[in-house]
Design a binder for this molecule. Structure first.
Ligand code: GAP
Length: 443
């Protein structure tokens, strides 16, 4: 058991180090010593995140006829969070050491009496609200208080009526959005798993009250299909029926999709049945009627809501931990990220076999430009020998490397395409490669 946990810690260290070394994820504000719970995404991390967000948007929104995307403001009227119950109830239990003043989440401590850092006495447990408070405008008093949103959901509930009045969708339909959420976590930890600033991809799906169960099942399937599409090992994905006492205040049923991260099995996503809690609360707090009128049955009612909520950053960490592979020993050792091609930040790298042969470099640049036009995320590399170039691309998970050699130029014999996972090389024309890659990328 201890051996397994050391190996898993090692794996996390390797992932964190590769992310920094190869420009995926950096500590937030690093040159100033960092800011706990914040992370900055570098060039490959940003591409990886965008690919995931685009796949989500396609599967959860644009491929469907009953879904509409929105993009609401992060700062909202504080009454939104009063009505939603976040001002009074969005808190974690906090304990502080009376000696070193370090703070801990009480529910994550085995020993609630002794400080795990200095052995000092822990104080009384109290509730700590996780919303970031700020002031909007030039006056800094209670009248100008606002919060950074702790979930993107709020922006969809308060726009339910705007969407009804502007595009007149018929129930069942849903709103979806991708955006930042902020939580002043007491103990941010495990790399991007628990951050203070993170991104969510959320759907609020509005149904007739009697139809919530079938909608819940449908979205459960959509979430599992998404996990498969982004290449997660489904043996690492588990569903947990969340017990009554552990559910959020708004939920009557929640399933957590958990993932076997290197540091243990932890929540990846949530699927909640939020009933009519939010629309009802916003309706009564704002005084605006947020009900739906069914033209067919002539009934007016407050829709119920099914909410699949997916974290971008937890997805990235799950994808990274399933993709990280090592092979061979010593000088032959190679590290590669076995990303599904759709998810990979760079799709193709193009090399001239030799750097100092103009004829090869020119042809390789021509192929590079052609492929870049086709696939966007394509790299040109003529640094070092071919072996080193392969290693560099393996480490960022590029599925295919295309090499231009003398046969390409002199005999018009196509290019060699090397597969990241098997190392196998095949000769094909550039046209054949484009056709092959388009199929792999589902383009
Ligand atoms: N609107 C529902 C909601 O926000 P949640 O279970 O609190 O529910 C949903 O959060 C998802 O957001 C989580 O399953 C996770 O993927 C992500 N998430 C939540 N807190 C996070 C944090 N501190 N850091 C990174 N991701 C987080």
């Amino acid at each position: 058991m201890a051996e397994k946990s050391t190996k898993n810690n090692e794996l996390m260290e390797k992932i964190v180090s590769l992310c920094k070394r190869r420009g995926f994820i950096f500590q937030g504000s690093e040159i100033y010593g960092g800011l706990a719970g914040t992370w900055d995404y570098g060039p490959y991390g940003a591409e990886l995140a965008n690919n995931l967000k685009n796949i989500w948007w396609k599967r959860f929104i644009s491929d469907r006829e009953d879904m509409f995307g929105v993009d609401a403001a992060i700062l909202m009227n504080p009454k939104v969070w009063e009505a939603s119950g976040h001002v009074s109830g969005f808190s974690d239990p906090l304990v502080e050491c009376e000696k070193c003043h370090h703070r801990f989440r009480a529910d994550q401590l085995e020993d609630k009496i002794k400080c795990p850092d200095c052995g000092g006495k822990l104080g009384e447990e109290r509730q700590f609200n996780m919303m970031f408070k700020t002031h909007v405008g030039a006056t800094e008093d209670e009248s100008s208080v606002s919060y950074l949103r702790p979930e993107t959901a709020g922006g969809m509930f308060v726009n339910f009526k705007n969407v009804l009045d502007s595009i007149h969708p018929k129930i069942p339909f849903g709103l979806g959005q991708i955006g930042k959420a902020f939580r002043n976590e007491i103990a941010p930890r495990d790399f991007v798993f628990r951050s203070r600033e993170f991104r969510q991809m959320e759907v609020e799906y509005f149904v007739k009250p009697e139809n919530w169960k079938e909608a819940f099942e449908e979205w459960r399937g959509v979430v599992l299909d998404w996990c498969k599409e982004i290449g997660l090992d489904m043996n690492h994905v588990h569903e947990l029926e969340v017990a009554d006492e552990d559910r959020a205040h708004y939920s009557k049923r929640t399933i957590d999709f958990e993932f076997d991260y290197p540091f243990g099995r932890k929540e990846l996503y949530g699927l909640a049945y939020r009933t009519d809690f939010d629309l009802k609360s916003h309706s009564s707090a704002s005084g605006v009627d947020i009900s739906y009128f069914d033209e067919e049955t002539k009934e007016r009612f407050i829709p119920h809501v099914i909410e699949p909520s997916l974290g971008v950053d937890r997805t990235i960490l799950a994808v990274l931990s399933d993709s990280y592979k090592e092979e061979g020993e010593g000088d032959d050792k190679r590290v590669y990220l076995k990303f599904s091609p759709k998810v990979a930040p760079v799709k193709v790298a193009v090399f001239p076999l030799l750097k100092n042969k103009e004829i090869l470099v020119d042809k390789a640049k021509e192929v590079y430009k052609l492929l870049k036009k086709e696939f966007g995320a394509v790299m040109f590399d003529d640094n070092g020998n071919i072996g080193k170039r392969y290693r560099r691309q393996d480490e960022i998970g590029t599925p295919w490397c295309v090499t231009v050699d003398f046969d390409t130029v002199e005999k018009d014999a196509g290019v060699t395409v090397r597969d990241r996972d098997t190392g196998e090389q095949k000769r094909m024309t550039v046209g054949e490669f484009i056709e092959f890659a388009r199929k792999e990328l589902s383009l």
